[in-house]
Design a protein around this ligand. Structure first.
Ligand code: SF4
Length: 243
């Protein structure tokens, strides 16, 4: 019987991107194939998964990991999806669990649950394997760090994502390089200039500072010159005190 380790499950308000403000169930899966310098998420594989007992309470029940897929389906179906926009599958990098996702997403889709995937956009083959059950893709474009670049994987990923609703999110900070922004802008425009693009100012962490107001204004202008649907949206859940 297939099992899946889960980091946490909770009901909250989406804090990022164009769906900011909608109510979602969040299913956070562990592990990641990247190590972004500004990462604010615990990606380690936990012995126990946390489930918030009452939304907004910050009080969690803990149950054993990994979980049987059947148990996970049962647990998710217990939520009232009439008040939730969708199920957000997030991480870590959830596409590292593509086999397990293929085992339970069809059951949720049958129940009419909308699936919203939050991904770092670097695993195009894994995306293809789960694509039939995904409704909305929130794809990051990661600017280079630690000598690593992701342009080819991102382009392949974005082209596949066009089969569904997709938007792109780029985290920017005070030291973001203009040439890297140009590469990201041109990559997106080369796939489809109508793709919605979100510049997300980093929430200051570990010496990585949020951009100056003048930088954001200029970078948005720079993106708008090729991508007409560019918005600047910060992490709103942080100042709302939401998970
Ligand atoms: S891709 Fe996301 S979860 Fe993975 S290291 Fe980067 S910010 Fe963290």
């Amino acid at each position: 019987m297939l099992k899946l380790p889960v980091t946490e499950i909770f009901s909250s308000i989406q804090g990022e991107g164009p769906y900011v403000g909608v109510r979602q169930i969040f299913l956070r899966l562990p592990n990641c194939n990247l190590k972004c310098p500004y990462c604010d998420t615990a990606t380690a594989l936990p012995e126990q998964l946390r489930i918030e007992s009452t939304p907004g309470s910050g009080i969690f029940n803990k149950i054993r990991n990994p979980m049987l897929i059947d148990e996970l389906i049962e647990l998710l179906q217990a939520y009232d999806f009439s008040v939730h926009h969708s199920l957000s599958i997030t991480g870590g990098e959830p596409l590292l669990w593509d086999n397990e996702l293929r085992a339970f997403l069809p059951f949720l889709k049958e129940k009419g649950i909308k699936i919203y995937l939050e991904t770092n956009g670097t695993l195009p083959e894994q995306l293809l394997r789960v694509l039939p059950w995904i409704d909305i893709i929130s794809m990051d474009i990661k600017l280079p760090f630690n000598g690593q670049t992701f342009w080819d994987a991102h382009e392949a990923f974005l082209r596949i994502s066009l089969q569904k609703e997709v938007f792109v999110k780029i985290v920017v900070h005070e030291e973001t390089d203009q040439q890297e922004l140009r590469n990201a802008r041109d990559l997106i425009a080369g796939v489809d200039p109508l793709i919605q693009t979100i510049l997300q100012p980093v929430t200051t962490t570990r010496g990585i500072n949020t951009p100056k107001p003048s930088q954001l204004i200029e970078w948005q202008r720079f993106f708008l010159s090729k991508l007409k649907n560019t918005r600047v949206i910060p992490q709103t859940h942080v100042f709302m005190g939401q998970l």
